[in-house]
Design a protein around this ligand. Structure first.
Ligand code: FDA
Length: 323
């Protein structure tokens, strides 16, 4: 008999496959009626098309007592011009954050600024952003992409973090490779963000959503805390959140919770109210298609929310959901 869990898993896999279909993405982008319709659904998770929207939402959440991360969404830029345009946007974002005295964290995919072209370009662009942020309170956090890119991303991170201590890295608990990487990491303070992992990966490289994955997540977290790394607990899984609190880890000064904008604002609000540091991960930009697909894939009931947002005549604004 097909269970509800089986159906949800199938739906998740289908959505993740849809997310990677470049032909569908192109169709959406070239069909104004569909683009604008889906853009309303994306507004739940993406602050807007431009930097001003990200900065405004960031300021409002900081005023409510949250820390924030900001990402100019995009990945897999395949030519020099697009990589440079993305890096320029990030440079301007950092400049604006400085001018406004907003101590945010800037996050990005290395494939947005050069990795798809070559590793040297990605390193060069990362180093330039790191130079710009050196004497500011701004941190740069590298996102983790598909497993095929993980070795290159970690190598660039290692090289850059040795020079620029304000650079952090995102690690996916689902990847077997992460266990080895964490074992090898020395007890020098690093900036880590621990996620479960958003990409579909083969069994020999990763484990899928399960109790075993949650156990691994908690084990990796314990290792990073024991080694004195600063760690962002980037999950919306309340079982993990409760376990972290029960084990007394949430009280440690080097630990914070970090959640994606628009997802479980009730949980973020509850944690903040209880006195734990909570960071909200904000995104902006035109490249929201993949991001929207991932958010629906992770939690199929979000599809209902998407339909509500598409058909509603009210503006979609997730900031108001944060108390
Ligand atoms: P999981 O997917 O197991 O869900 C557990 C529960 O959380 C669900 O039952 C539901 O209650 C809630 N939940 C989860 N997703 C939800 C959603 N979309 N809507 C509503 N409820 C939801 N991934 C990656 O591969 N590389 C990266 O660099 C990053 N970066 C990143 C930064 C930050 C700050 C976060 C929070 C996440 C990422 N991710 C990521 C995404 C991450 O890998 C993962 O796909 C999502 O966080 C969903 O996994 P959870 O840990 O929340 O649990």
């Amino acid at each position: 008999m097909v269970t509800k869990d089986d159906l949800e898993k199938q739906f998740t896999e289908t959505m993740k496959s849809i997310a990677r279909r470049v032909d569908l993405k192109a169709y959406v982008e070239q069909t104004p009626s569909i683009y604008h319709m889906l853009q309303r659904a994306a507004a739940k998770y993406v602050t807007g098309d431009d930097r001003a929207a990200g900065l405004q939402a960031g300021r409002m959440l900081i005023n409510k007592g949250y820390a924030v991360s900001l990402e100019y969404i995009g990945e897999n830029a395949t030519d020099l011009q697009s990589c440079e345009a993305a890096a320029l946007e990030m440079k301007q974002l950092i400049q604006n954050l400085n001018e406004r005295g907003i101590a945010a964290r800037v996050s990005f995919d290395l494939s947005h600024i050069g990795l798809t072209v070559d590793d040297a370009l990605a390193f060069k662009q990362l180093a330039a952003l790191a130079e710009q942020t050196q004497r500011t309170g701004i941190e740069l956090y590298i996102s983790m992409e598909e497993s095929a890119k993980a070795d290159a991303i970690l190598a660039i991170y290692e090289r850059a973090a040795a020079i620029y201590p304000n650079i952090g890295i995102t690690l996916q608990a689902q990847l077997h490779r992460t266990t080895q990487y964490m074992n090898d990491l020395q007890a020098s303070p690093r900036r880590l963000r621990l996620v479960k992992g958003a990409y579909q990966e083969p069994e020999q490289l990763a484990i899928s959503r399960s109790d075993a994955l949650n156990e691994r997540y908690l084990h990796l977290l314990e290792q990073s805390i024991d080694k004195g790394h600063r760690v962002s607990i980037a999950t919306h899984d309340e079982r993990i959140v409760n376990e972290v609190i029960n084990r007394g880890w949430a009280q440690k000064p080097e630990v914070e919770f970090e959640m994606l904008y628009g997802i479980r604002p009730d949980l973020s609000s509850k944690l903040k109210k209880a006195g734990y540091p909570v960071r909200i991960y904000l995104t902006y930009g035109h490249e929201w298609y993949l991001y929207l697909c991932h958010r629906i894939a992770e939690y199929p009931p979000n599809l209902y929310q998407a339909v509500i947002d598409i058909t509603s005549d009210k503006p979609v604004d997730s900031v108001i959901d944060y108390l």
